[in-house]
Design a protein around this ligand. Structure first.
Ligand SMILES: Cc1ncc(COP(=O)(O)O)c(C=O)c1O
Length: 338
């Protein structure tokens, strides 16, 4: 049977599990799911250019990480896993903790101590144990790796089951465009959960003959922490400094080379966004009704940079990855400063 039986898919409920032939084989009744996915794809004006934004901040735990969590935790449950550990800048931790609660599986999440308080509360209320690590994202990963030697590592970075979930981003975009591919897809570039997942998803659609070409993948980083942008554009940037875009503040992404390869193979590129631009875009998005976190605003600011370089019109898709509700303290501070 085809990996993408289109007639069957279109008759199924609008969740990311409608692509079940392309996902790990887990019977419907065993899935750990909130019937998530198939998020809206809405038109959005960038200057005079119309693009499409996928509203992935509308997932049950508040970010696109639920795509990976539902698949990873479903497989973990199927294998009889009783306890998972994970490290995160916040959202992936919320997703794994939320789905662990749904599955009744024990969970311990490591986060940097300066993670947004709402993300920490969310993880705690799901019933997960939380470890606040003094130090950066790298130190947090190191602390967790130690525990992962003796527990199931539900990592969005190392565990490929997570990408099996995030690849559904590509399937949904393609289906929502009438089984066509966009010309380019503008995505955040932190640890690569979405870029590598999207690359995998579009590659599978290409291999199955559903689409005729890969879209260009455009990776967006914050200029204050832009290791992939620097490597790709052969620039030497100043050392890492704090950024509003906490979700993509990854100074040494473990799968960085893979991310650069994926972007380059599609003919895409990386862009880097300054802090003032992130802030201005955040408020602009809110005034248009999109209440998202600064990391998502960074992507839209990168999208605008990309659009400004275009000579020819393109069909462009981008994404709003995380809700603003978890960033209210940070947003309050920015608002007061204005
Ligand atoms: C809101 C948000 N957007 C984007 C990202 C980007 O991460 P990645 O490159 O792993 O997809 C993250 C990661 O935590 C995030 O929380």
């Amino acid at each position: 049977m085809s990996k993408f039986p289109i007639d069957l898919i279109q008759k199924r409920p609008p969740t990311l599990w409608r692509y079940e032939e392309a996902l790990p084989a887990i019977p419907a009744q065993e899935r750990v799911t909130f019937h998530e996915g198939f998020t809206p794809l809405v038109p959005f004006e960038v200057g005079k250019t119309e693009v499409l934004l996928k509203l992935d901040f509308l997932f049950p735990t508040g970010s696109y990480k639920d795509r990976g969590a539902t698949v990873l935790m479903s497989q973990a449950k199927k294998e009889g896993v009783q306890f998972v550990v994970q490290d995160s800048s916040g959202n992936a931790g919320c997703a794994i903790a939320g789905y662990s609660a749904k599955a009744n599986i024990g969970c311990k999440i490591f986060v940097p101590a300066d993670t947004s308080p709402a993300k920490i509360i969310q993880i705690e209320l799901y019933g997960a144990e939380i470890v606040k690590v003094q130090g950066d994202r790298e130190a947090t990963a190191q602390a967790c790796l130690h525990e992962a030697q003796t527990a199931y590592y539900a990592s969005h970075v190392y565990n490929d089951l997570f990408l099996q979930g995030t690849k559904t981003f590509a399937f949904e975009v393609c289906e929502q465009l009438g089984w066509q591919t966009p010309d380019s897809v503008v995505l955040p570039a932190g640890n690569g959960t979405l870029i590598l997942g999207a690359y995998l998803g579009f590659s599978e659609l290409l291999q199955a003959g559903i689409i005729a070409k890969m879209p260009k993948l455009i990776g967006v980083q914050a200029r204050n922490c832009a290791p992939l942008y620097a490597l790709h554009s052969r620039q030497v940037l100043p050392a890492w400094s704090p950024t509003l875009a906490e979700g993509i503040a990854i100074a040494t992404p473990k799968r960085g080379q893979e991310m650069i390869d994926a972007v380059q193979k599609t003919g895409g590129t990386f862009v880097a966004v300054g802090e003032a631009d992130i802030e201005a875009t955040l408020f602009d998005l809110a005034r248009k009704g999109y209440f998202v976190e600064p990391t998502s605003a960074c992507v839209v600011a990168g999208l605008a940079q990309y659009v400004a370089t275009l000579q020819e019109p393109e069909k462009i898709v981008s994404v709003l990855t995380g809700t603003g509700l978890k960033a209210s303290e940070k947003l309050q501070k920015l608002r007061t400063k204005k």
